[in-house]
Design a protein around this ligand. Structure first.
Ligand code: KG4
Ligand code: ZN
Length: 376
């Protein structure tokens, strides 16, 4: 987007409201209607969350088809598509919920981590709308959004709990004592779990994004034909490493190909062996984290938490420990606007809001977030 296009885009945001721009200071009502905007990567997500009535509606546009030809996300194409899709999605969510633009009382957008150009689109729309409506705007941490997504379900987990965050860019174990009270227990020293799924998919000739496709192929696999390593489980600690497992998978694929045996069944058997290794590794570390902290609640969040084998493995493990595992419905495991609206609503109710600047950061450690009680 060049400067002229950018300026036109902002004007379009303001005219979306057809309202005079005003400068009033926000009030902090007991209940708030929050518009949530997610544009950190290849999904444009929008949601409306009412702090009293809960989620009123949400919509998502996935760019997967557009990026599939390139085997991964092309950042510039992602930003341009967010520009095209975001305002129509806002309109759609408002109309479906029977609300109008002037009903919105606060706007939460993903401020990072993510692709900066893509984040800027969500941030620019959020700030332009917020400025025109005279309502508070807050940049939300994408991983905090994932972490809190299970709170949108019936019977949400109480604090404290251990959270396993498993997405395309992160694999982290966090002790959560409240919103913003995060203690990092362990994380991946190299690839994230989702990234390992995506790379394995490529090796097996599957399309992007690989996680769900590897999982589907693994369902046709033969148990026990291959056994892949469970990295870093033979030593103490809660860190992860998935790059060695990726190399092991590549070597197995190449050996099968060289011997002329990389048929459909072999590909399925490799997918199953890889998935089982990731699930076992994550399960072992989650068990250790629960034992170490004494917590009886485990939350899993992020794209990989949609994985059925992972959910089953964690259910079994937590059952033995007399603990409980919580997760969001599959559509709220991957990127979505609802988790951003929810996380933003909790922080805005506590009086937190952005200054005049749009926040868009590629890297942002979650441990630097302020607790909910402290306005930033
Ligand atoms: O949380 P997310 O939508 O985006 C990021 O914040 O990264 O996670 C996307 C990741 C991708 O790597 C995708 O392959 C993986 O989650 N994923 C899965 C499944 N669904 C999505 N991995 C394994 N099994 C799944 N069912
Ligand atoms: Zn995500």
């Amino acid at each position: 987007m060049n400067l002229t296009e950018g300026f036109g885009f902002l004007l379009k945001c303001a005219s979306f409201l057809m309202l005079p721009i005003h400068f009033c200071q926000p009030m902090w009502p007991d209940t708030m209607l929050i518009l949530g905007i997610e544009t950190s990567c290849d999904e444009t997500g929008v949601a409306l969350f009412d702090t009293e009535q809960g989620l009123l509606g949400h919509a998502l546009f996935s760019q997967i088809a557009m990026h599939a030809d390139y085997g991964g996300v092309v950042p510039e194409l992602a930003s341009r598509d967010h520009v095209r899709k975001l305002l129509p999605l806002c309109d759609q969510v408002l109309a479906d919920a029977g609300r109008s633009r002037t009903d919105i009382e606060g706007i939460a957008y993903t401020a990072g981590p993510g692709l900066v150009g893509a984040l800027m689109v969500g941030g620019a729309v959020a700030h332009a709308l917020g400025f025109a409506l005279g309502i508070p705007v807050l940049g939300v941490h994408h991983m905090e959004g994932h972490l809190l997504a299970p709170m949108l379900e019936d019977n949400p987990p109480a604090f404290p709990f251990v959270a396993l965050l498993v997405s395309g860019g992160h694999t982290q174990l966090v002790r959560v004592d409240g919103i913003g009270a995060y203690e990092m227990l362990g994380e991946s020293v190299d690839d994230a779990a989702g990234e390992a799924f995506d790379k394995t998919a490529k090796m097996l000739g599957l399309d992007y994004p690989g996680g769900p496709r590897v999982a589907a192929l693994a369902e046709k696999g033969t148990e026990g034909r291959y056994r892949f390593p469970r990295p870093m489980t033979d030593r103490p600690g809660l860190d992860f490493s998935f790059s060695g497992l990726k190399t092991f998978t590549l070597n197995t694929v190449n050996a099968a190909r060289d011997s002329g045996g990389l048929d459909d069944q072999t590909r399925a058997d490799i997918a199953l062996a890889f998935e089982a290794a990731v699930v076992d590794t994550l399960t072992i570390k989650c068990r250790r984290a629960l034992e170490q902290t004494g917590c009886k609640r485990l939350v899993i969040a992020g794209g990989v938490s949609a994985n059925k084998r992972l959910r089953a493995g964690l259910e079994k493990m937590t059952g033995k420990l007399k603990a409980k595992v919580f997760y969001a419905r599959p559509e709220f495991c991957t990127d979505n606007g609802a988790m951003i609206a929810y996380a933003g609503a909790q922080r805005m109710k506590a009086g937190q809001q952005d200054g005049e600047r749009i926040v868009a950061v590629a890297r942002w450690p979650m441990s630097t977030l302020p607790p909910i009680s402290e306005p930033r």
